[in-house]
Write a new protein. Structure first.
Length: 257
């Protein structure tokens, strides 16, 4: 069922609609090894990456914008009503792609030598994870290590919030305790109590460890922190959102590089 770049395969069937809708759920993404990306910009980022595009479902006038595509990508011209049925968004963005999940990566801690990486401990909110991924991409941080209880990176809300940056970030789920025990670079832990980031010499390499939105960094990871750091509070707010905190600290890290 391969169409030309601008041809139409006809209405997608009810079974196809049900299949794509099943990918809204983690267990079916894992079973079928596929996830959903929506919107022109994000899909274009994945097309230009190492990810393998399975299918693109598009409205009539959208495909010329994507240019020449691999013949291995299945193309389906669909109606706005069909798109609304398969989309995860309240306002669908003209095209939706199913993309193959990457194979699990083996961790080589030496890959971050001379660089900064993020380690995320139990991040639960999809919007936060997506924003952190986008922030890492902005500041040129290529590696993000996630605890196994961090929200899934291929959750549609994470993918949407990352705005295509997920296509460029090397993200691995792992046992953070084992990872941090084996590292040879400094670990900076974002805590309420610590040295001000504005007085910290981050140097040119390290791992920035950030904790769960409500509980912070797990007790078993605290001994792995070499340098507790904090964003000084000048007003009366009780706390900062973890994604905002990541942006502020990453900015300070890059200012010192």
């Amino acid at each position: 069922m391969q169409s030309s770049n601008f041809g139409r395969e006809g209405m997608i069937s009810k079974s196809q609609i049900s299949f794509i809708k099943s990918l809204h759920q983690k267990k079916f993404r894992k079973e079928h090894r596929l996830f959903i990306v929506e919107g022109y910009k994000s899909i274009q980022e994945f097309i230009n990456s190492k990810y393998e595009i399975d299918s693109i479902y598009h409205l009539t006038d959208v495909m010329p914008k994507l240019g020449k595509l691999s013949q291995n990508i299945k193309l389906h011209e669909i109606s706005p009503d069909e798109l609304s049925k398969i989309s995860t968004l309240n306002s669908p963005q003209q095209l939706l792609a199913t993309i193959k999940l990457p194979e699990p990566q083996e961790i080589n801690i030496q890959t971050i030598k001379g660089k900064f990486a993020l380690a995320l401990d139990g991040i639960q909110d999809p919007g936060n994870l997506g924003t952190i991924i986008r922030t890492a991409d902005w500041f040129g941080i290529e590696h993000v290590f996630c605890s196994e209880d961090t929200v899934e990176a291929f959750n549609p809300k994470v993918v949407q919030a990352s705005m295509g940056s997920l296509a460029r970030i090397q993200l691995v789920y792992t046992d953070l305790k084992n990872l941090l025990c084996s590292r040879t670079t400094a670990v900076y832990g974002a805590l309420l109590e610590g040295e001000s980031i504005y007085k910290t010499n981050f140097g040119e390499e390290g791992i920035l460890l950030l904790g769960n939105e409500g509980k912070g960094i797990s007790a078993n990871l605290m001994p792995e922190i070499d340098f507790p750091v904090t964003i000084p509070r000048f007003g009366s707010a009780e706390s900062l959102n973890v994604a905002i905190s990541t942006s502020i600290i990453c900015s300070e890290i890059r200012r010192n590089c």
